[in-house]
Write a protein that binds this ligand. Structure first.
Ligand SMILES: NC(=O)c1ccc[n+]([C@@H]2O[C@H](COP(=O)([O-])OP(=O)(O)OC[C@H]3O[C@@H](n4cnc5c(N)ncnc54)[C@H](O)[C@@H]3O)[C@@H](O)[C@H]2O)c1
Ligand SMILES: [Zn+2]
Ligand SMILES: [Zn+2]
Length: 363
């Protein structure tokens, strides 16, 4: 099968023919129909998160159709439509059993043992799967707890976005922060993740949603997704001062959806007394942030992280699909480009230039 492989870091992706094993007892083989381009892959490709063994098939925002299942799989059958998620859950650890399966780190339970044959290989060389998914490939071989079955009237290209970006952004607003009706929200970075956080805040009933980005194209899409106000931080002297002035002292909830120290600190500074800032973006690995200590206790401010939108994805993703099909969640508007697998590097070049909202591969 054809796949987009990362062979060196930093590096672009190479389209190669690689082999895929048969499903083990608890695994599912998918025919990938669509995959979205999320910025997280880029952090690993450019080395700001230099933690990946190469070669690896990249991609982690996918939808597809079940082709074959292992002998122990009862949850899905060939022909079922599914979305994958990197929050692979074991189902029996403390996190899984206390309602936080997105924090499950019992990877051994949901990966092949080290001495087993690899899921993917190129001749004698094992090929890794980014996020244990490897979504930029015509086929995906994954653990059964890496997918959710979805309704068949859901278009699979839109469904793929739910695999990461939508679940991350919507979940950050609805599940991590628990945005309340009537509150005021700022979202810094209006890419696929930020636009989804804006939609989560709108659906949760926020009164005012301020989108902050450096391109007017993104801010236009942010308005379509529910932003009531916009700030182009490349055009104002101080984005924090602008938001403080617009809100008379800061927002109840601020989200950072870029992955930069400077903008995480901006989110913190934009949140009002008693407010909450949520870090979604992947800052370069190991980077620290600086916040002023007295604000934490004297102003009772909260800084939170959000991992994949605090998801329980087998519950959340079908709900997000219902919200799309009843018109509340806008996904058509988020897909700016549809490309072939062979065009993937151009897709990521567009992302680096800040163009387009979400690019989706159509296999
Ligand atoms: N926490 C999680 O579980 C999780 C999941 C998925 C993605 N992420 C991370 O979320 C971040 C966003 O991902 P994405 O796919 O939406 O990326 P993206 O590249 O599509 O969007 C980033 C946006 O930030 C804007 N931007 C860049 N610099 C800016 C600045 N200084 N001020 C304001 N805006 C600026 C860009 O114009 C762009 O619109 C990435 O770091 C990604 O790795 C985190
Ligand atoms: Zn992602
Ligand atoms: Zn677990």
């Amino acid at each position: 099968m054809k796949a987009a492989v990362l062979n060196q870091i930093p590096g672009d992706l190479e389209i190669e023919d690689i082999s895929v094993d048969k499903p083990a007892a608890n695994e599912v083989l998918l025919q990938t129909t669509n995959a979205g381009l999320c910025h997280s892959d880029l952090h690993f490709m450019d080395g700001s998160w230099n933690l990946l063994p190469v070669p690896s098939v990249m991609g982690h925002e996918s939808a597809g159709i079940v082709q074959a299942v292992g002998s122990d799989v009862q949850y899905v059958k060939p022909g079922d439509h599914v979305i994958t998620c990197l929050s692979v859950f074991c189902g029996h650890c403390e996190f899984c059993l206390t309602g936080r399966p997105n924090l499950c780190n019992n990877n051994a339970a949901t990966s092949r043992p080290d001495d087993a044959s690899p899921r993917l290989f190129r001749g004698d060389t094992p090929v890794g799967q980014f996020a244990r998914l490897g979504g930029f490939a015509e086929e995906m071989l994954v653990h059964q707890n890496a997918l959710v079955k979805i309704r068949e009237d859901m278009p699979l290209d839109k469904a793929s976005l739910i695999g990461c970006g939508v679940t991350t952004g919507m979940g950050a607003a609805i599940k991590t922060a628990k945005v309340e009706p009537g509150t005021t929200v700022a979202v810094i970075g209006a890419g696929g993740i930020g636009l989804s956080a804006i939609q989560g805040a709108r659906i949760a009933g926020a009164n005012r949603i301020i989108a902050v980005d450096i391109t007017n194209e993104k801010l236009d899409t942010a308005r379509v997704c529910g932003a009531t106000d916009t700030v182009n931080s490349a055009e104002v002297d101080d984005a924090v001062a602008a938001v403080m002035e617009m809100t008379g002292g800061g927002v109840d909830y601020a989200f950072e959806a870029i992955g930069r120290k400077e903008t995480v600190e901006q989110a913190w500074s934009m949140s009002r007394t008693g407010g909450t800032s949520v870090v979604i973006g992947m800052m370069p690995f190991g980077q620290k942030i600086e916040i002023t200590g007295y604000e934490i206790f004297m102003q009772e401010k909260t800084l939170k992280g959000s991992m994949m939108g605090s998801n329980a994805f087998r519950v959340d993703m079908p709900r997000y699909i219902d919200m799309y099909l009843d018109g509340r969640l806008k996904l058509d508007e988020m897909i700016s480009h549809t490309i072939a697998l062979e065009e993937i590097n151009e897709g990521y070049e567009m992302m680096k230039r800040g163009e387009g909202a979400r690019t989706v591969i159509n296999f």
